[in-house]
Design a protein around this ligand. Structure first.
Ligand code: NAP
Length: 279
């Protein structure tokens, strides 16, 4: 995605993550890209993870460096245990530690259930759910090793899981994706419960329909967008920056007492809009 007008909406320059080190997975595109830049805008140094698109990752790194903070790109498949361990270990070498993990990388492999191959099911679970687990596990090891550094943050670490409205809305034709996001919700809540006593905050952001490559077919023609808008009471397709702002807030000490919560950022999509005139 190129630079969008909506990027100017995230204008705050108050550096409430100054000195913190953030890793954003799947940060060369869409929501991850906007989030990585958004965290840089509020003062964090950022690792830009990608799996395939080196050029777009480098472009995100340049945008973040232009904000006066540090950034580098790191290629790793989040579903591969050794690659995730290597990514966190390099981050500790280069940045000294990790304070914020945004487990964002995700994909879809859509099919009606009768046509869905085991490979399609497994790929989505591997990246969307196991990938978040592996990243969280490696980040937690470092959070526990370092503990709270009060000059940096009131907590020992923050994890923000990128979920979806489909952690609660069933989605025909996407059983692998919906199952993965349902799993993200319970993984996030369980980790939050387990890790809160260690002063580690785990939360999730659940986007509704956001204008990114993952769902291009849902918004790229006027007819498709009109259909989509019927599902959104606020009558606007979301921009990646809407999600970036929510992630930055959840990662900051402004939200220090928020633990195990899913913040829906969806223009009201989860409000059962079909019932606005019926029921
Ligand atoms: P996107 O533009 O397609 O971005 C997905 C990102 O994930 C890309 O950077 C991709 O890298 C990366 N990725 C895929 N497989 C990976 C792997 N194995 N290891 C590391 N990175 C990998 O889609 P997006 O909309 O920004 O999606 C980001 C997250 O938001 C996903 O978890 C998605 O489920 C969630 N979400 C999106 C929406 C929406 O409406 N857009 C709604 C709800 C939830 P490459 O480009 O290099 O493959």
């Amino acid at each position: 995605m190129g630079t969008s007008n909506s990027e100017s909406r995230q204008t705050t320059s108050y550096p409430f993550l100054r000195g913190q080190k953030a890793l954003v997975t799947g940060a060369n595109s869409g929501i991850g890209r906007a989030t990585a830049i958004g965290l840089g805008k509020v003062g964090a140094d950022v690792v830009v993870n990608y799996v395939a698109g080196r050029e777009s990752a480098d472009e995100v790194v340049r945008a973040i460096e232009g904000l006066g903070v540090r950034a580098y790109a790191h290629e790793a498949d989040v579903s591969k245990e050794d690659e995730v361990a290597g990514m966190i270990s390099r981050m500790v070498d280069e940045f000294g530690t990790i304070d914020v993990l945004v487990a964002n990388a995700g994909l879809q492999r859509d099919a009606a259930v009768g046509d869905m191959t085991l490979a399609q099911w497994q790929k989505v679970l591997d990246v969307n759910l196991t990938g978040q687990f592996l990243c969280a596990r490696e980040a937690v090891k470092e959070f526990l090793r370092r503990g709270v550094v009060p000059e940096v943050s009131r907590s020992a670490g923050k994890i923000i899981c990128m979920s979806s409205v489909h952690q609660m809305i069933p989605w025909a034709g996407h059983v692998n994706y919906a199952a993965s996001k349902g799993g993200v919700q319970m993984m996030m809540e369980t980790l939050a419960q387990e890790l809160a006593p260690e002063k580690i905050r785990v939360n999730a952001v659940a986007p509704g329909a956001i204008r990114t490559p993952i769902n291009r077919s849902a918004w790229e023609t006027p007819d498709a967008e009109a259909d989509l808008l019927r599902l959104i009471p606020y009558r606007r397709v979301g921009d990646p920056e809407d999600i970036a702002t929510a992630v930055a807030a959840l990662a900051s000490d402004l939200f220090d007492y928020v633990v195990g919560t899913t913040l829906y950022v969806d223009g009201g999509m989860t409000l059962f809009p079909g019932f606005a005139t019926g029921g």
